[in-house]
Design a protein around this ligand. Structure first.
Ligand SMILES: Cc1ncc(COP(=O)(O)O)c(C=O)c1O
Length: 371
C-alpha cells in the first residue's frame, strides 16, 4: 500500500543511506581513539583514514586536503575565520552559517534570477587593498540555483583573492571536482547526502595555509582539535561512496520535480517558481502561492502528511522573510508565500501525487474564499 506520508524536505536533511547505517552500526561496536598508539587506536586510525579517503574521492581531492569537522556550519566558520587577517566577501544568498561567520563581511549582490553578480564581484575586488576571501555557494539551498563558481574563482584569482565554496547542497546531487572548479576551500556536510548529521568537512587545497579556530589535542594536523567522531566519519565515508555511485539517479528525480512543477502550475497559473530560468539542482523547487503565507501552506501540507519547508526561517517564534528571495528583489508579499519542496533519491511518484493533491486543495479553497 502506498505510504500516506510524503517527505519532501531533503534539503533540510536526507534519510541515512543503508550503506551508512551498516558501516556506522559496525563502528559503534568498536572503541579506540585514533590518536592512541595501541592496537585499538591503530585500528581506529586506519578506519578514520579509509573514511577520509572516501570523502576525498567524492570531490576528487587528496585525502590530506580533507579536514573533518562537526558539520557544514563549522566548516564554513573554519574557512572564513581560519585564514587570518583578510577581507571576506560573501554572496547575499549564502547560508546563515556563512553570512554570520564574519560579521563585517562585504555582501556581493545577486541578479533577480538568484545568480551572483560577477561584475559586482570584480568591482569589489578591484577596490579592495587587503588580501581577500570570496565565499560563494555552489547551489542555493532555497532556490536550488547553481552559481558560476568556476568563473568566480577565476575572477578572484586574477585579483589575488582566494575562493571558498559552500558545496553542502550540491554534494551528492552534482558531480564535484574541487580543483576543476578552482575552489581553494570547499565545505561538505554528511547529512545532506545520506550520512549522519553532526559531521562534515572542509576541503583545503594543499597550498592554502589554514589555522585552526579551536585548540586542544592537535587533531586534523592542527587544523581542527577535538577527538574525532569516528562512527560519524565512517558513516560520512560510506554515504559519500554511495552518493557518488548513484548520481545518475538524479535524472529521474529531476523529471519528478519538473512534473510536480508542471502540475502545480496547471492548478495555479499565478504561482511563481523562483529561479526557474537558471540551471538548478535537480531536486529543488521554490514556489510561491501568492496571498497564502508560507507557514499556512507548510501546516496545511503537514496535516495532509506532506512535509516541506517554508522559504522563510523561524527564529524566536518570529517568521523571518527569506534573505535569498529578498536579495533577488522578490516582492515581500510574494517572498512570504514561498515554500521549498525538495526531493531525493527515493522520492516516489505517489509522494508527488500527495503534494499536488494537498497543495491543489489548499489553493482552490483559498481562491474560492477570496471570490
Ligand atoms: C548551504 C548550506 N550550508 C551549510 C549548511 C549547514 O550545514 P550543517 O547542518 O551540517 O551544519 C546548510 C544546512 O542547511 C546548508 O544548506
Amino acid at each position: 500500500m502506498p505510504s500516506r506520508l510524503a517527505y519532501l524536505d531533503w534539503n533540510a536533511t536526507a534519510p541515512l543511506r543503508p550503506e551508512a547505517v551498516a558501516a556506522m552500526t559496525e563502528a559503534l561496536k568498536r572503541h579506540g581513539n585514533p590518536s592512541s598508539v595501541h592496537r585499538f587506536g591503530r585500528e581506529a586510525r586506519r578506519a578514520l583514514e579509509a573514511a577520509r579517503a572516501q570523502v576525498a574521492a567524492l570531490v576528487d581531492a587528496a585525502p590530506a586536503e580533507i579536514v573533518l569537522t562537526s558539520g557544514g556550519t563549522e566548516a564554513n566558520h573554519l574557512a572564513l575565520r581560519g585564514l587570518g587577517d583578510c577581507r571576506v566577501m560573501v554572496s547575499a544568498i549564502e547560508h546563515d552559517s556563512v553570512r554570520q561567520a564574519v560579521p563585517d563581511a562585504a555582501m556581493i549582490p545577486v541578479t533577480p534570477q538568484g545568480v551572483v553578480d560577477l561584475v559586482a564581484l570584480d568591482r569589489m575586488l578591484a577596490a579592495e587593498r587587503r588580501p581577500a576571501l570570496v565565499s560563494l555557494m555552489l547551489a542555493n539551498n532555497e532556490t536550488g540555483v547553481i552559481q558560476p563558481v568556476a568563473e568566480a574563482a577565476r575572477i578572484a584569482h586574477a585579483r589575488g583573492a582566494l575562493l571558498h565554496c559552500d558545496a553542502v547542497q550540491a554534494a551528492g546531487k552534482l558531480p564535484l571536482d574541487r580543483a576543476r572548479l578552482g575552489c581553494d576551500l570547499m565545505t561538505l556536510s554528511a547529512h545532506k547526502l545520506g550520512g549522519p548529521p553532526g559531521i562534515g568537512a572542509l576541503v583545503v587545497a594543499a597550498e592554502v595555509q589554514l589555522t585552526g579556530i579551536q585548540s586542544g589535542g592537535g587533531q586534523e594536523r592542527g587544523r581542527r582539535a577535538g577527538t574525532e567522531n569516528l562512527p560519524g566519519i565512517i558513516g560520512f565515508g560510506a554515504a559519500s561512496v554511495a552518493a557518488a555511485a548513484s548520481l545518475g539517479d538524479y535524472a529521474a528525480v529531476e523529471a519528478l520535480r519538473d512534473e510536480a512543477a508542471h502540475r502545480l502550475l496547471a492548478i495555479a497559473p499565478d504561482a511563481v517558481v523562483h529561479g526557474a530560468s537558471e540551471p538548478r539542482l535537480p531536486n529543488t523547487l521554490c514556489l510561491s502561492m501568492p496571498g497564502v503565507p508560507a507557514a499556512t501552506q507548510v501546516m496545511a501540507l503537514d496535516l495532509s502528511g506532506v512535509m516541506v519547508s517554508s522559504g522563510a526561517a523561524c527564529s524566536s517564534g518570529k517568521v523571518r522573510r527569506s534573505h535569498v528571495l529578498d536579495a533577488m528583489g522578490v516582492a515581500p508579499a510574494l517572498a512570504e508565500s514561498a515554500i521549498r519542496v525538495s526531493l531525493g533519491w527515493s522520492t516516489s511518484a505517489n509522494e508527488i501525487d500527495r503534494l499536488v493533491e494537498a497543495w491543489g486543495t489548499l489553493y482552490r479553497r483559498n481562491r474560492a474564499h477570496a471570490a
